[in-house]
Design a protein around this ligand. Structure first.
Ligand SMILES: [Zn+2]
Length: 253
């Protein structure tokens, strides 16, 4: 197995997530614009229960789609290893159920999207933007939240309700990217642990963690370069970690 083959299973996830998010945004805007005339000042989905319910269904669909993309790529990655997918199913399950679970994590991003759209719709209705205009502006903001010319308008939404809208620092604004990072985390972790099991089954004694990046990684560097017992799970320490394991077998007579 070539490491390049594994890296290939991680490519192209960003545009898939972007399409999924934009599809949800497009459908939500179409529904929300029907209520345009009834909105004064701040827009909140929950003020219109029928709308809220339909929007939540779309957002659940988005979470499911994100999880489906991640699962498909996990299968692609594990297919590179010896053994059936079933051999590794319990590993995949434990990675998916880690902390509050994969679906919960995708739901967090979906609900951040909902808050973000409430902010954008507040601005859009206040300024009388057309639906197409709003979609174009939101799309450009999703791609480049910090550099988008609409950034200032998003900041202005704070003035409409300073308690409700937090577009400032510390808020996850690039939803497609956040979903991609989550998927890559799940795929990489499931793959690394499954690969480790495969080598353990073949009799490997230990592994050496190697840094795949060419820049210093303060979190990983302390673990890199020395033998780690084969039964000690490979630690995926942070998003975008490119570390990999080099497996070693006991010397043969
Ligand atoms: Zn690393």
């Amino acid at each position: 197995m070539d490491r390049e083959d594994f890296i290939a299973t991680l490519t192209g996830i960003a545009p898939l997530m972007r399409d999924a998010v934009l599809d949800a945004v497009t459908r939500i805007l179409a529904l929300a614009y029907v209520y345009k005339e009834f909105v004064e000042g701040e827009f909140r989905f929950e003020d219109f229960p029928d709308l809220d319910e339909r929007v939540n269904a779309i957002l659940r669909g988005l979470s499911d789609k994100g999880a489906e993309i991640a699962r498909q790529r996990v299968r692609d990655a594990l297919a590179l290893l010896d053994g059936d997918y079933e051999d590794y199913e319990d590993i995949v399950e434990s990675v998916e159920n880690e902390n509050e679970g994969m679906l919960w994590a995708f739901d967090m991003h979906s609900s951040n999207l909902k808050k973000l759209l409430e902010g954008w719709l507040t601005i859009a209705f206040a300024k009388g933007w057309s639906q197409a205009d709003a979609l174009a502006k939101i799309a450009s903001n999703l791609d480049e939240p910090q550099t988008s010319p609409m950034w200032k308008d998003a900041i202005r939404a704070k003035m409409i309700d300073p308690n409700e809208y937090r577009f400032g620092r510390g808020y996850q604004r690039n939803i497609p990217n956040a979903m991609k990072v989550l998927a890559v985390y799940i795929i990489t972790k499931a793959f690394m642990l499954s690969e480790q099991r495969m080598y353990a089954n073949r009799g490997a004694a230990y592994y050496i963690r190697r840094r795949g990046s060419n820049y210093d990684c303060p979190e990983c560097d302390s673990l890199v370069g020395y033998p780690i017992p084969i039964d000690e799970p490979f630690a995926y320490l942070h998003p975008h970690c490119l570390c990999y394991a080099e497996y070693h077998f006991p010397p043969t007579e």
